[in-house]
Design a protein around this ligand. Structure first.
Ligand code: SAH
Length: 581
């Protein structure tokens, strides 16, 4: 039982929230606080006090006896911002309780023991269905106990803390102790000592290919799939998709069965299926839909291991079967997230980017970008950082790690696809990995927001770096932008060894725009040492521009208004002919 004690109105409200979240596990202690703490301490395995830590320390000090038997105590502050594990962090379970209380109340858990284990991922936040003793294994993780990881079905997991270890290949299975098992198999208790905490994570590793005659009932299809999985000892929670031939995409029994099983129905063309080698081809589907196999071929399209060859449904009425299925364990696919970190400020890093950084077990990036987000990584994340100029190598490393089945985050500043790592990485990548792109706020946008509204009409970005692009090509693009009266943002405008390109580019623009055309110069946008100024084509001194800067040159309609750079949306904007925004 968890005793709940409060002294103020706000504390009572928070206590009530916990009480209603966990009605079976909690008891509210009323009355004078000293007395309530005394009773709760004697009666409960754990106590949550909605009181200042100082007050609680004084109240419980005379009651403390032995850390093996004392209850775990968690304090929640008046504003409900923190859940502090005060005593009994391990044996009393206060560390795990602080995390749980934090989840219910939206408070930050404060755990001061086992520091290396803090930031441990919630087992239910790894993105996979989880079964078993989540609380027990979470506690072991948090307490820094050795936890065995049995990756029976390979899957790109996020980083796990260092106390999670893969057993040596020759170690006997199930040596006891807390364990995390990643598998699509239904496990029996065998080989596992009862009493040991164990969780099972279910990777989406199974594809069931299905064939169905016209009008096949959904019950018959879903019953067939379920029995095929059951007979093979496979968990339906690892089912990733049903797969069939295009011609059956709208077959109601298949659509309904997929919905019931909670997975998508994926379809492939008959030609694609006909090209897949299968053990049990037959003539019937060849005549009906143009491929000698539907169930086995659709399951095997992406490769993998055929666990259940084609089988037919059984009908109680003895009529011919209307559905077939086959089960395949697909090969593990590594995961490459290409993540833009934004221009620098932490609050311009998107929540999705943050989630992907925590989803990764391997991080690849330029050392200075890694430094920007190191604190966000899960403990145990493998960091592969390199210095300037090693782009190709970083791209190759990231892809190679993903192909080995890892969850990789490849990071870049701004948007990782703008003059950055996405292109070299994806030029390397084959279709055997999943690629997830996370957009970031690119420098041109970060600068524009500072300058005002310079990008209100057509605009272009041009990199002035002629390291990888011949100057003639760059010049042709600058000229085209100049002639077309497009707002231009220059990236990589000027470095120590590259100083004539910016003046040259500005001169080309000046051939088509007034000397008074506004130009915005933004250095280190969104960073603490950021600066910017608004000047004109005639007045800009290129010597004040460096590699940490972007330069945005307005079009012929751009104006400086109240110190801000504004490009009108067009001369006919007021008429709003199309009713556009
Ligand atoms: N992927 C990055 C661009 C990389 S190219 C992005 O999307 O922003 C590097 C150039 O970007 C630098 O030379 C500079 O011109 C520009 N840049 C990047 N971050 C910047 C920032 N915070 N402020 C100003 N310019 C920046």
């Amino acid at each position: 039982m968890i005793g709940l004690i409060s002294a103020t109105a706000a504390g009572a409200v928070a206590a009530q929230r916990l009480a209603s979240a966990w009605p079976e596990r909690t008891r509210v202690y009323e009355g004078p606080v000293r007395d309530a703490v005394g009773r709760a301490f004697g009666e409960c395995a754990q106590v949550v006090c909605f009181l200042a830590t100082g007050a609680v320390v004084r109240l419980i000090a005379p009651l403390l006896a032995d850390k093996g038997t004392d209850p775990g105590v968690v304090c929640v502050d008046e504003a409900g911002r923190f859940a502090v594990s005060l005593v009994g962090g391990h044996a009393g379970g206060a560390n795990a309780l602080a995390v749980e209380v934090g989840e219910v109340l939206g408070a930050e858990p404060v755990v001061t023991t086992a520091t290396d284990a803090v930031g441990v991922p919630g087992l239910d936040t790894l993105g996979l269905p989880v079964e078993g003793d989540v609380a027990g294994v979470s506690r072991a993780l948090l307490d820094g106990e050795a936890v065995e990881l049995d990756l029976e079905t390979a899957w790109p997991l996020p980083a796990l803390p260092p106390n999670v270890r893969r057993p040596a290949p020759d170690a006997p299975a199930g040596r006891g102790g807390p364990a995390i098992v990643v598998t699509d198999r239904v496990l029996d208790a065998g080989g596992h000592r009862t009493g040991d905490a164990r969780v099972v994570l279910r990777p989406p590793s199974l594809v069931v290919g299905v064939g169905a005659s016209k009008g096949a009932p959904a019950d018959e299809v879903s019953g067939l799939v379920e029995s095929a999985l059951r007979d093979a000892g496979l968990s339906p929670r690892s089912l990733a998709q049903l797969a069939t031939v295009d011609a059956k995409a709208d077959e109601p029994g298949l659509v309904e069965a997929a919905a019931r099983l909670g997975v998508p129905l994926v379809t492939h063309s008959a030609e694609e299926l006909a090209a897949v080698e299968v053990p049990n081809p037959s003539d019937a589907p060849l005549a009906a839909v143009g491929t000698p196999s539907v169930a086995e071929a659709a399951a095997l399209v992406g490769g993998g291991e055929l666990l259940v060859p084609k089988r037919k449904s059984e009908r109680a009425d003895g009529r011919p079967a209307m559905a077939t299925c086959a089960v395949v364990r697909r090969p593990p696919r590594g995961r490459l997230a290409v993540v833009g970190l934004g221009p620098g400020a932490r609050d311009l890093l998107t929540p999705r980017a943050k989630a992907e950084l925590r989803r990764a077990s391997v991080l690849v990036g330029l050392d200075q970008y890694v430094d920007q987000i190191r604190d966000l990584l899960r403990p145990g994340t493998r960091i592969m950082e390199s210095g300037l100029g090693a782009e190709e190598e970083r791209a190759r490393t990231a892809v190679a790690q993903a192909r080995r089945g890892q969850a990789v985050a490849l990071i870049g500043s701004g948007d990782a696809g703008v003059y950055a790592m996405a292109s070299p990485a994806l030029a390397e990548a084959s279709d055997d990995i999943d690629v997830i792109g996370v957009p970031g706020v690119t420098a041109a946008l970060a600068a524009a927001a500072i300058l005002g509204a310079p990008l209100g009409h057509d605009h272009v970005s041009i990199s002035l770096s002629d390291l990888h692009t011949p100057w003639e090509v760059i010049e042709r693009r600058v000229r085209a932008a100049a002639e077309a009266d497009i707002v231009v943002t220059f990236y990589n405008p000027r470095s120590r060894g590259r100083d004539w390109q910016l003046p040259k580019a500005l001169a080309i623009l000046a051939g088509h725009r007034e000397p008074t055309t506004p130009v915005g110069v933004v250095r280190n946008a969104s960073r603490p040492d950021g600066s910017h100024r608004l000047t004109t084509l005639a007045a800009l001194d290129p010597a004040t521009v460096d590699m940490m800067t972007v330069v945005t040159v307005g079009n012929t309609a751009t104006r400086a208004i109240a110190g801000r750079m504004v490009t009108p949306r067009g001369y006919r904007w007021q008429e709003n002919p199309e009713g556009a925004e």
